[in-house]
Ligand binder design. Structure first.
Ligand SMILES: Nc1ncnc2c1ncn2[C@@H]1O[C@H](COP(=O)(O)OP(=O)(O)OP(=O)(O)O)[C@@H](O)[C@H]1O
Ligand SMILES: [Mg+2]
Length: 362
C-alpha cells in the first residue's frame, strides 16, 4: 500500500501569477507562498519507491486569513471545497498592493454581493480604485481573474471564441467562454461602452438561465460554472463628458447590487489615510505628502465640477511623490507627472500647474 505524508512549509517563490502591478519608490519583498510537500512511499517485494512532490498549498496563507478577518469577509467562502485546477492557479492575483478601505467597506460589500447574487456593479470616477479592489477581492477569495475592457474594440471572436485553421476540430474558446466553463471572476471594465451585440449575448448567462449559446460552434450550450462570478465597472454617466454612455438597460436589470466609489480626498477633505499611503509607497515626508494630496483633492473637485477633464488617482499622486522622493523639486516633478496626466491641452496644463504652485509656494 502506498503511504502518503503531507507537510506544510513556507518557501519564497517567484510566481508568474497575475497581479495589480507595482508602483512607488519602495520595492516590496516577494511574499512567501505556502507549499505542501507530499511524500508517497510504496514497497513491492524487494523494491522501495519514495517520491516527493512540492506544490503550492491550496489552503490560505496565514496573511490571507488575517486579511479576510480584517475586511470581515471570513464568513463568505466563494468556492467551498473546490480547488481551481492547476491551469488556472496563475490567474489568481498575488501580492496586490495595500488598499485603503476605511469607512467605505468596499471589500466586504463586494464579497457579500458575490456571495448572495454572484454579480455586482461598481460605479465611480476614473482612478477611485475599482480595478485595484477587484484584484484584491480575487486574491483574498482565491478566484481566477478574467479581465475585459469593453471600451476597447475587442471582437466577439476574442470574447466568445473561433475556429483557427480549416478543420472543425480547431476551436479555441474566447475569454468569456473560458470564464463560463472554468469559473472565477469575470471583470468587465467600462461596461457601459460594451457593444450591443456582445451585451445581447451576455444576457442569458447573467440571469437565471445561466448559460451561453455558442451559435458559431453548432449552438453548443455552455453552463455557467457554479463558482463563476461577474463584476462590472464603469464611470458614472454624465452628459458633459465625451464618451460616457448610460449602461445598456438589459444589463442594468441583471445587476442586484450597485456600489458607488469616490475619491479618498476631495475638495477641502484631505484623508489622513491617503497621506499615509503616499508616504509609504513613495518615501516622501508627511508634510510633502499632505501637500500632494491637497493638490489632488482640489484637482478632483474641479474634475467633478466639469472644469477639468481628469481627476488624479492615488496612483497618479504616488508617481508624482516618487520623483519628489528621488530629489526632484515638487513643481518640476508635477509637470512631469500629474500635469501631463490631466490633459495635453497647454491651457489646461497651465491651470493645473497654477494649482500646484498655489499649494507648494505657500
Ligand atoms: N483606496 C485606495 N487605496 C490604495 N490605492 C488606491 C486606492 N484607490 C485607488 N488607488 C490607486 O490609484 C490608481 C488607480 O486605481 P484603479 O486603476 O483601480 O482605478 P479605477 O477606478 O479602476 O479607474 P478607471 O475607471 O480609470 O479604470 C492605482 O494605482 C491604485 O492602486
Ligand atoms: Mg479600472
Amino acid at each position: 500500500m502506498p503511504e502518503t505524508k503531507q507537510k506544510l512549509q513556507e518557501k519564497p517563490m517567484e510566481t508568474s501569477a497575475v497581479g495589480f502591478g507595482f508602483q512607488g519608490g519602495k520595492k516590496k519583498k516577494s511574499e512567501a507562498v505556502y507549499m505542501v510537500e507530499e511524500q508517497i512511499r510504496t514497497e513491492s517485494k524487494d523494491t522501495k519507491l519514495s517520491v516527493s512532490i512540492l506544490k503550492a498549498a491550496s489552503v490560505d496563507s496565514p496573511s490571507h486569513a488575517e486579511l479576510r478577518k480584517k475586511y470581515r469577509i471570513d464568513k463568505y467562502d466563494l468556492h467551498p471545497g473546490y480547488v481551481f485546477p492547476e491551469s488556472q492557479q496563475s490567474l489568481i492575483p498575488r501580492n496586490t498592493p495595500e488598499y485603503i478601505d476605511k469607512g467605505f467597506n468596499y471589500v466586504e460589500r463586494i464579497v457579500r454581493a458575490l456571495y448572495h447574487f454572484k454579480q455586482c456593479a461598481l460605479i465611480g470616477p476614473s482612478g477611485t480604485g475599482k480595478t485595484h479592489i477587484v484584484y484584491l477581492v480575487a486574491e483574498l477569495c482565491g478566484l481566477p481573474m478574467w479581465e475585459i475592457n469593453c471600451g476597447l474594440q475587442t471582437s466577439a471572436y476574442d470574447l466568445f471564441g473561433r475556429y483557427i485553421g480549416l478543420g472543425k476540430e480547431n476551436w479555441i474558446d474566447g475569454q468569456i467562454v473560458m470564464w463560463c466553463r472554468n469559473g472565477g471572476i469575470l471583470y468587465l471594465d467600462e461596461a457601459n461602452m460594451m457593444k450591443q451585440d456582445i451585451a445581447t449575448r451576455l444576457n442569458p448567462v447573467l440571469d437565471t438561465r445561466g448559460h451561453i449559446v455558442l451559435t458559431e460552434k453548432d449552438n453548443e450550450i455552455i453552463k455557467r460554472h457554479q463558482y463563476g462570478y461577474l463584476i462590472i465597472a464603469m464611470n458614472p454617466f454624465s452628459s458633459e463628458f465625451v464618451g460616457t454612455k448610460p449602461l445598456n438597460a438589459a444589463l442594468r436589470r441583471r445587476m442586484s447590487v450597485w456600489i458607488n466609489f469616490d475619491y479618498l480626498s476631495i475638495g477641502d477633505k484631505v484623508a489622513p489615510d491617503e497621506v499615509e499611503l503616499i508616504m509609504k509607497r513613495s518615501g516622501v515626508d508627511e508634510k510633502t505628502a499632505e501637500k500632494i494630496v491637497r493638490v489632488g483633492a482640489e484637482l478632483r473637485r474641479q474634475y467633478k465640477n466639469g472644469d477639468l477633464p481628469y481627476g488624479p488617482s492615488p496612483g497618479d499622486l504616488i508617481n508624482w511623490a516618487t520623483l519628489v522622493a528621488d530629489g526632484c523639486p515638487p513643481i518640476e516633478a508635477a509637470v512631469e507627472t500629474i500635469v501631463g496626466t490631466t490633459s495635453d491641452d497647454v491651457e489646461i496644463q497651465a491651470v493645473v500647474k497654477r494649482i500646484v504652485e498655489s499649494i507648494f509656494e505657500k
